[in-house]
Structures are given as structure tokens and as C-alpha cells.
Design a protein around this ligand. Structure first.
Ligand SMILES: [Zn+2]
Length: 306
């Protein structure tokens, strides 16, 4: 084989790869990573800093996170206060101009989302970690669609040559979500108005979308561990209101929830806000929502008052 032919073959192999280098995306949480993968498809490499079983309010910083941020083309965060305690110093240490506050690569997925529980006065008193409003907005599938649109817009600016593909992926994701939403609503419709307890105030967006009331919390304030006096009040109210299900996430103290369940006859239901946080939800956002709707309908059905 002569040199020219060899060079031609080498270019055929190398050039397409170079022209379509994948975008290197870092997200703060695994739900955002799952949505970024839906939109980016083969065009992106995605890594989440927080693990699916971790409390995203309090992520332990690691040196490897700084390396990941230093190499990233973009950072996708919730941007509603969830990451306030830990993200800033990591981004500062990463010294990556692409991730500066107003750069194209700094993507705030909550930007077009109407937050719930926004306080009229900024107050972090007693360690309340929801000082800017409730940051768990992705538990509503319609907010996931808004975040996906935001991510698609940013990916198009970062990699215009793949924009058409990103838009197709967005369309496909949105259509699958819409179809599933009909299914999830049907599953939970018989339990409209049901009152549910949770360890942490993670679920107001989910509750609103499906007509439920998740408004009794084992934590006295978001981020503050349950006290005996507070738990006694919760137990009394659960008995009075016949609350039969307690939602617990992987990083929360299941034993406390079990104790409350024993006292009230309620069921502890293992849930997660992140794909992979409970078994069988590793594949993505839709799989996670599917698990939430089904397991909750199941628990509420089992515990329905005769
Ligand atoms: Zn929270």
C-alpha cells in the first residue's frame, strides 16, 4: 500500500471522529444526567457528580469532581438552591472558563420552571435547605420536559452541527413522557386527595401533578433531623388523618420511618428522586417515574380504607 492510500484511509477514520467529538457533560444530579443522555444521545458523554443514593443537598466534595469539572464542556445544575452548599467551591477550583456563571456551558435547568414554596423572605434559619423554594422540581414529569428543552437549547449552542439530532431526541423524549403521563395519571386517579407522609419535603411537584397530598414530614424542617417531640406530633396526625404510607429515600433514616410505621400501622415505601436510587430504575427518568407511580398506586391500593 502506498503512502497516499494509507493517508487517505487514516483520514477517513480520524476525520469523522474529530468532527463529531462528543460533548463532555457534567451534571450535579443523576436525574439531570438521565435527561441529558436522552437529548444528547451519541453526541454526549455524561457524568453526574451526586450518586443516585446520595442526599444531593449535601454532596461530599471529591478531588475527582474537580477534574471532571475542569474537563467539562458544560455543567447542568438544577439551579434552584439544591446544590448551594457544595457546587460553588468545586466549580471555582475547576478553573474552567466554559462553566462561568453566564457562559453557554453553564446550564440551569430550573430557569423556566415555576418553583413551589418560594418564601417571601429569604430565611435559612434553623438550617432550612429550601431557602429559595422547593428545589425538587424534577419529580413532576412536565418540569422534566421544561428542563429537557433548556438542555436541548444549550446543546444546540454548544454543538450546532448536531442540533437537528438533539431536537429530534427532545421530540421523542417529550412524546414518550406525554404518553406515559396519561398512564401514570390513570394509575393514581383512584387515590386523588390521599394524604401521604414523607421523610423529607421532596414531593410537592409530584403530588400536585397527580392530585395527591404529600404534606406530613418526619423532618421538622428540610435538612433538620427528626426530633422525638416532632415525631410524636406527626404520629398523632397520621393516626387522626388515617395516613397509611411513608415515603423514604435511600439516604434517609429508614429505621425512624419504620418506628413511625409501627406506631401508625402505615407502610414504609422505598422511593428515590434519582434513576438508580431504587432497584429497577437504572435505565432513566421515565423508568424512575414509572416505578414511583406504580409502587405508590400499589401501596395506596393495599392500604385503602375498606
Ligand atoms: Zn430538599
Amino acid at each position: 500500500m502506498n503512502m497516499k492510500k494509507l493517508l487517505t484511509i487514516a483520514l477517513m477514520v480520524v476525520v469523522p471522529l474529530a468532527a463529531h467529538a462528543k460533548l463532555n457533560i457534567v451534571t450535579t444530579t443523576p436525574d439531570l444526567a438521565a435527561i441529558a443522555r436522552e437529548i444528547g444521545g451519541d453526541g454526549v458523554e455524561v457524568q453526574s457528580l451526586a450518586r443516585p443514593t446520595e442526599d444531593a443537598h449535601f454532596v461530599q466534595p471529591r478531588p475527582s469532581y474537580i477534574v471532571a469539572l475542569n474537563r467539562a464542556d458544560a455543567l447542568i445544575e438544577g439551579g434552584a438552591g439544591l446544590e448551594d452548599a457544595w457546587l460553588g467551591p468545586l466549580v471555582d477550583s475547576a478553573r474552567n472558563a466554559k462553566l462561568l456563571p453566564n457562559a453557554v456551558g453553564r446550564i440551569k435547568s430550573a430557569q423556566n420552571v415555576a418553583l413551589l414554596e418560594v418564601p417571601t423572605v429569604l430565611d435559612r434559619a434553623l438550617g432550612d435547605v429550601h431557602a429559595l423554594g422547593n428545589p425538587h422540581f424534577l419529580t413532576d414529569p412536565l418540569n422534566a420536559k421544561i428542563a429537557a428543552q433548556q438542555i436541548c437549547k444549550a446543546f444546540c449552542r454548544l454543538e450546532p452541527s448536531s442540533c437537528e439530532q438533539f431536537r429530534e431526541n427532545l421530540e421523542s423524549f417529550s412524546m414518550r413522557l406525554d404518553a406515559k403521563l396519561v398512564e401514570w395519571r390513570k394509575l393514581l386517579a383512584p387515590f386523588a386527595g390521599s394524604r401521604i407522609a414523607a421523610y423529607h419535603n421532596t414531593w410537592p411537584y409530584f403530588a400536585r401533578r397527580f392530585g395527591l397530598r404529600v404534606d406530613l414530614f418526619l423532618e421538622p424542617k428540610p435538612g433538620i433531623p427528626p426530633s422525638p417531640a416532632h415525631l410524636a406530633r406527626v404520629i398523632a396526625e397520621m393516626k387522626e388523618q388515617n395516613v397509611r404510607v411513608i415515603l423514604v429515600e435511600p439516604h434517609q433514616n429508614r429505621r425512624t420511618a419504620e418506628r413511625v410505621a409501627r406506631e401508625t400501622g402505615a407502610t414504609v415505601l422505598d422511593v428515590a428522586q434519582y434513576p438508580g436510587g431504587v432497584k429497577g430504575t437504572e435505565d432513566g427518568y421515565i423508568e424512575l417515574m414509572d416505578y414511583l407511580a406504580r409502587s405508590l398506586a400499589n401501596a395506596l391500593g393495599k392500604n385503602a380504607t375498606p
